[in-house]
Unconditional design. Structure first.
Length: 441
């Protein structure tokens, strides 16, 4: 009926209500007030990609540093490295400086400090960079005429689903690549989806809790250098702590137990670094084997490649050259780029503004771009819908869609604030032309 809606009372009088006039906020419920606030404030605004990121990553310095969700474990790793080094420099190295002549003792401390700084830098390079995340698709790919299956969350069309795998030829061998329903893409060979970071990662090796980051194509080299350098640091501290114990035994003419009592820090560090050297040393040896055979940890545990089946094995020398002497590819994500966000739709920030939820689409189809339901503002929409349904006496049958036709014979009323909100969010009741709305006074 245009801008003005005629409200007919029981006495036959008519009143005009202008739906374009906003209702006072004190007349709205708390849930409706939240809807109004989220819809009117910053309806379309610019955000950075990292601010609208779908994965579980943690960003620092304006998106320049990319960490995993378990970045707190990084502080524990730093403590496990720094504490023994500080103890070695404060208690053990002092005796070594006195016993060694020609400033050899000073060099021992300096080399230890340089090794420690090198290990910390490698740890930072491993943990704070994009490991090779593949950007998500906004929509499922159109593969050979396939469409989204009807049982997918957010899918409203029926038809065949996308093939779960595709065949790709690698070095003359056929490799199956899987379709990722979360990222809505066919993963490239050696790519896998990390359930912790919620990202597809190129040449996915594993998710390392000690560095709080996925290990993939762009940081595997730094990860191996970190592990191997940590092994060298452990062996270095272990060796000179043992040298200190031997010197105490020779100087004081005592056995090893008395030497441990005279320098308990040396004894503790010998035990600590021995255990750590076995752990990181074994990890270094294992990854040396993986590098020489061109495998990832994920492939080794899942597929158990041998020399004849591994399509990526190019020979030991070429495998080593591929890991250490090839250029690290640039990140496929521009985390500091700006994206336009429609904050009123409840969608994630990477959804274009032109992609608007149609009134005919059920409410459960939120966030179709990731193939999952998103609960942002869903409760508020259900609250609004329940108020309209309860007032209007909406009748539905088991096979009827959610937006069914309204009963033309029902006598019902709709309050102005509900009508404003319904029009604002594209949830018009769909009244037939010429239908009368009765209102009791």
């Amino acid at each position: 009926m245009g801008v003005g809606e005629r409200m007919r009372g029981g006495s036959g009088g008519e009143k005009m209500y202008n739906t374009s006039t906003p209702m006072p906020t004190h007349q709205l419920s708390d849930s409706n007030r939240r809807i109004m606030g989220s819809h009117n404030d910053n309806r379309a605004r610019n955000l950075r990609v990292y601010q609208a990121w779908k994965g579980n990553n943690i960003f620092c310095l304006g998106g320049r540093l990319v960490f995993g969700p378990d970045v707190r474990s990084l502080f524990l790793t730093i403590l496990l490295i720094m504490i023994p080094v500080v103890l070695f420099s404060a208690f053990v190295s002092q005796r070594l400086i006195e016993d060694f002549q020609h400033q050899l003792g000073d060099y021992i401390v300096v080399i230890c400090a340089i090794l420690t700084a090198y290990v910390i830098i490698l740890l930072f390079l491993t943990s704070a960079r994009d490991p090779g995340i593949i950007p998500r698709n906004l929509h499922p790919p159109e593969d050979e005429g396939s469409s989204i299956s009807a049982d997918w969350p957010g899918s409203q069309v029926s038809g065949p689903s996308l093939p779960p795998t595709k065949d790709v030829t690698v070095n003359g061998m056929v490799v199956k690549v899987k379709y990722c329903q979360t990222c809505m893409l066919y993963r490239s060979p050696r790519c896998s989806h990390c359930s912790i970071c919620n990202n597809c990662v190129e040449r996915f090796d594993h998710h390392c809790p000690w560095v709080g980051q996925c290990i993939g194509k762009r940081n595997y080299r730094f990860f191996f250098m970190f592990v191997s350098s940590t092994t060298i640091l452990c062996l270095y501290v272990l060796a000179f702590c043992w040298v200190n114990i031997r010197k105490i035994m020779d100087t004081d003419h005592c056995d090893i137990w008395r030497a441990f009592l005279k320098s308990p820090v040396s004894g503790i560090l010998v035990l600590y670094t021995f255990i750590c050297a076995w752990f990181v040393g074994g990890l270094t040896a294992f990854h040396l084997y993986l590098i020489c055979t061109n495998q990832t940890t994920y492939e080794n545990f899942r597929y158990r490649y041998d020399g004849k089946m591994n399509p990526y094995n190019l020979g030991c020398v070429r495998n080593v050259l591929e890991v250490f002497f090839t250029k690290i590819p640039k990140s496929k994500n521009k985390f500091r780029a700006k994206v336009l966000v429609d904050s009123s739709s409840g969608y994630a920030a990477s959804m274009p503004l032109s992609h608007v939820l149609s009134p005919e689409v059920p409410k459960r189809s939120f966030d179709i771009e990731v193939g999952k339901r998103q609960a942002v503002a869903d409760e508020d929409f259900e609250d609004l819908q329940s108020q309209i349904d309860s007032i209007g006496g909406l009748e539905r049958c088991g096979t009827q869609p959610r937006h069914a036709n309204w009963d033309h014979k029902a006598n019902w009323e709709i309050t102005p604030d509900i009508q404003v909100l319904a029009a604002e969010f594209g949830m018009e009741p769909g009244l037939a032309d010429g239908q009368k709305i009765s209102r009791d006074h």
